[in-house]
Design a protein around this ligand. Sequence first.
Ligand code: G4P
Length: 300
Amino acid sequence: MTIQWFPGHMTRARRQIQDKLKLIDLAIELLDARIPLSSRNPMIDEILMNKPRLVLLNKSDLADPEITRQWVAYFAEQGLKALPIDAAQGNPSKEILNRSRELLSDKIEAQLRKGIKPRAIRALIVGIPNVGKSTLINKMAGRKIAATGDRPGVTKGQQWIKVGTEMELLDTPGILWPKFEDQRVGMRLAATGAIKEEILHPEEIALFAMRYIAKKYGDSLKERFGIAEVPQDTEDNEKVVQLIEDIGRKRGALMSGGRVDLEKASLTILRELRAGKLGRVSLEDPAMLAAEAEEAVPQG
Ligand code: G4P
């Protein structure tokens, strides 16, 4: 899916989610475990207002488990419970239900004290395109849910999907937009495949991703591609391009004359990265983002 957002879209998306808030007890914010902040909507706190919220770090099967742990701690510091999940292969329904119950325990206990039997917890899944919303809804529903869409002329009441007897999900997730203004965010979204590379050049995306991957996962690269050297100084673009060329040569991404076809080499790297073939790789960690945020503060 290509992401193309305009201010009008954003206002509409925001309004659609806010209209649904009154129907639910809990918002489930779905993020990509490999890039939790880059896959996050910059206005999420305002959009969800004070709704109780569970953060899910999806695609954790592809992310570095140690960095995922750092992210869980990061969210905990902000008072948010974050749960790593793998919606594609796993079935996280039970854990999601348990965490949701914990988050709403005050409300549930108050109802029990009054002798009211608590009804099923009602939740809305929100997240940017490609983060895994439909996969998760289908998994929790235990069947494939047809996307209702919001085509003009099709008036359809809000549908609730039962997850066992204790939870109900709204059938259409809330679609959010990522933080486009920051180019690094765009690069990370492109590297994970959340946005298609037609918008950006594969060479640029691979170069950007490799600056991080070479530093953090040098040994995996050596092993996977059979290369002897992986640069540690990844601030130096030339060294990183050299690495991409080395990989390209190993993969036979050559042009006539024997020179490495950089575009082909970049596409190979991105394809293998997205498929998890470079190992479990995250593309951002809390310490790095803190450093980037500091850099962004104007000096003087
Ligand atoms: P969306 O509704 O938020 O737009 O996302 P969707 O569920 O369509 O998922 C986007 C892609 O991410 C899908 O792959 C899906 O299989 C994959 N995905 C979702 N959850 C996980 C997960 O936990 N781990 C991994 N590894 N992948 C996940 P696709 O290639 O676009 O489609 P398909 O090959 O599954 O048909």
